[in-house]
Design a protein around this ligand. Structure first.
Ligand SMILES: [Zn+2]
Length: 316
């Protein structure tokens, strides 16, 4: 029984964070692929149906905005003339037919349990080979965010995006400008630019270098509380554990990052590097985020102290 499909397309709006395809559009580099399967087809139908809102940096507004998309419509012709059709409903219809096929008929004889699963059929092949997801900024309908994918029977590959990943990511870095060194900021920009153009190993090398430097910076902050000699001899993974309290907890507790970091660049395929890039980038953001929050707290405290001393001296 194929039951991983809703009985009608839900009318509620979902956040892009909860939709695997919206996530893919937003975070994947060019020429990255993802599977389309029975387990995630519901997400694709919701996206095509215009039910997904994404939060992204708007290059025009110069701020984070909510973007929406109209349902994906295509036009077709038959003997009665031209008509428009919602692609989400057609994909959903194909999925529903699987459920009907798998439900035992009263006679109990005709069942097509072994029909090969597909998300599209020949009727929509032409219109779904290249899909354009056109998102519009919630503040101004002339601000666009467009993604283009190439689809096959079981996958989609991101082949285009405007504004580019780099255009949209550079402003994110501004949030950390007080705690990131010039060198790291420059290399992070290079890494993101390379990744956005589909370069795996090249972009990953930069990220790893930055992460290693940040780990050294955390050690400098920790000072003598961590033995220099032991730290020098430890593997990168062990160093992270030693720096508990100086690095974000998620990094200390999460063993995935150890595996990624301990792999030499020569052991990783181009595809692996592209796959790990967002995870390593997020680790860097977490570290910078932690340091920025500490810096902000100290700055706020200093400002409050100053204000209090002014009050104090005026009531003396
Ligand atoms: Zn905008």
């Amino acid at each position: 029984m194929r039951n991983n499909i809703f009985y009608s397309i839900p009318s509620n709006i979902v956040s892009g964070k909860d939709n695997v395809f919206a996530n893919f559009l937003q975070s994947a580099g060019l020429y990255d692929s993802m599977q389309i399967g029975e387990d995630n087809i519901q997400d694709l139908i919701l996206l095509l149906d215009g039910k997904v809102r994404i939060s992204a940096y708007c290059k025009e507004c110069k701020e984070e905005r909510v973007f929406t998309m109209e349902p994906y419509i295509h036009f077709d012709e038959n003997v009665t003339g031209c008509y428009s059709q919602k692609l989400s409903e057609e994909v959903w219809g194909i999925q529903k037919s699987y459920i009907l096929e798998d439900t035992p008929s009263p006679g109990g004889s005709v069942k097509k349990q072994n029909t090969e699963w597909k998300w599209k059929n020949c009727q929509i092949e032409n219109v779904s080979r290249i899909l354009m997801f056109q998102f519009v900024c919630g503040m101004n309908e002339e601000h666009h965010l467009d993604y283009i994918v190439l689809t096959t029977d079981n996958s989609m590959m991101k082949i285009g995006q405007y504004p580019s990943v780099a255009d949209m990511t550079f402003p994110e870095l501004d949030a950390y400008k007080h705690v990131i060194s010039k060198e790291d900021r420059k290399e992070l920009g290079t890494a993101i630019g390379l990744f956005a153009s589909g370069v795996g190993a090249g972009s990953y090398v930069y990220l790893r270098r930055i992460l290693e430097r940040l780990i050294y910076q955390a050690k400098a902050t920790a000072g003598d509380s961590i033995d220099d000699e032991k730290f020098k001899q430890a593997r990168m993974a062990e160093r992270i554990t030693m720096l508990e309290g100086y690095l974000p907890e998620v990094l200390i507790k999460n063993t995935t990052i150890y595996g990624i970091l301990s792999k030499g660049i020569h052991e990783l395929s181009e595809e692996d590097c592209r796959k790990y890039f967002p995870v390593v980038k997020e680790c860097i953001y977490q570290i910078l985020g932690l340091w920025e929050s500490i810096r902000k707290k100290q700055a706020d405290e200093a400002a409050l102290n100053k204000a209090l001393s002014v009050v104090f001296s005026s009531i003396k």
